[in-house]
Ligand binder design. Structure first.
Ligand code: NAG
Ligand code: NAG
Ligand code: NAG
Ligand code: NAG
Length: 241
């Protein structure tokens, strides 16, 4: 009995190792397309990031946008503010863009592997360097994902981060991916690592250095009303520090 259960478990995992099943219970549609959370203002593509200039067009609300192409490219756009219980006034804002290759793993996870030209702006009023740009090249693992059919909003993508915490549900803006060109879009070879007085390590790039030389730091992020989350701080500060 125990043996046949074990065999059953093995054959179940072999089935799971085949293609993702699209059905009404989960993954109601393919993941290919353009997705965005909440009020759908954070959208990948040229309306958000200009990598060559290392700049952003700040959306009117915070959120996450992501796009997946059928040739396994992804692009991600994130704009958020976060606080924590210890220092509720020290609200850290980040705006981030990256792209690269994604894999849909047989165990249901997604891995996003950036190609190296991603960047983020960090605004941290309580740090010595309160507003700066840095390279962002973190590989991101999402434990699982599901697409449900919402009766009002249509396909809704749920992604769960490496620690199981959910990304806010994302709505499908289009079934085609809204993306910048699928190639390196920023020269990161001229980068210089610097350490700030408080021990914060940041990486300057060519564009950032030119801006600093002109004594005009990155533009200030204007926090939309009520857009502070408590959930993500530990994770992204770990990425920043
Ligand atoms: C970015 O990360 C990817 C995946 O780890 C790596 O292959 C690539 O060399 C990195 N690029 C840079 C510029 O650090
Ligand atoms: C799927 O496999 C990857 C790579 O081995 C692993 O990092 C991830 O945690 C696995 N996901 C689940 C849900 O077990
Ligand atoms: C990238 O930047 C480095 C250092 O500034 C420069 O030497 C190199 O020519 C640049 N490469 C491209 C492709 O622009
Ligand atoms: C809250 O902020 C303080 C100061 O930046 C930091 O030391 C602490 O680790 C943060 N707490 C959490 C739970 O992230």
């Amino acid at each position: 009995m125990r043996l046949s259960l074990a065999l059953l478990a093995v054959s179940a995992s072999l089935v799971a190792a085949e293609d993702i099943v699209y059905n009404s219970i989960h993954n109601a549609t393919p993941i290919i397309g353009t997705w965005s959370t909440g009020s759908k203002h954070v959208v990948t593509g040229p309306g958000f990031a200009n990598p060559a200039q290392e700049s952003f067009t700040y959306p009117s609300t915070t959120g996450v946008g992501i796009a997946f192409s059928d040739d396994y490219w992804y692009e991600i756009a994130r704009y958020r503010f976060a606080s924590n219980a210890t220092q509720p006034n020290c609200i850290v804002g980040t705006v981030l863009w990256a792209h690269g290759h994604y894999d849909l793993l047989a165990n249901g996870s997604i891995i996003l592997t950036p190609v190296g030209d991603g960047y983020q702006q960090v605004q941290a009023p309580c740090l010595a360097t309160s507003n700066f740009m840095q390279n962002y090249n973190d590989t991101e693992l999402y434990q699982s994902w599901r697409i449900f059919m919402d009766p009002v909003d249509g396909p809704k993508l749920h992604m769960f981060q490496f620690d199981g915490s959910p990304v806010a549900p994302m709505f499908q803006l289009s079934t085609t991916p809204n993306m910048l060109p699928k190639q390196m879009l920023r020269n990161v070879s001229g980068e210089v690592a610097t350490t700030t007085s408080n021990g914060l390590v940041s990486t300057q790039t060519g564009v950032t250095r030119r801006r600093k030389a002109k004594r005009s730091g990155a533009e200030s992020l204007q926090r939309p009303v009520g857009a502070v989350s408590m959930l993500v701080l530990a994770g992204f500060l770990a990425a920043v520090l």
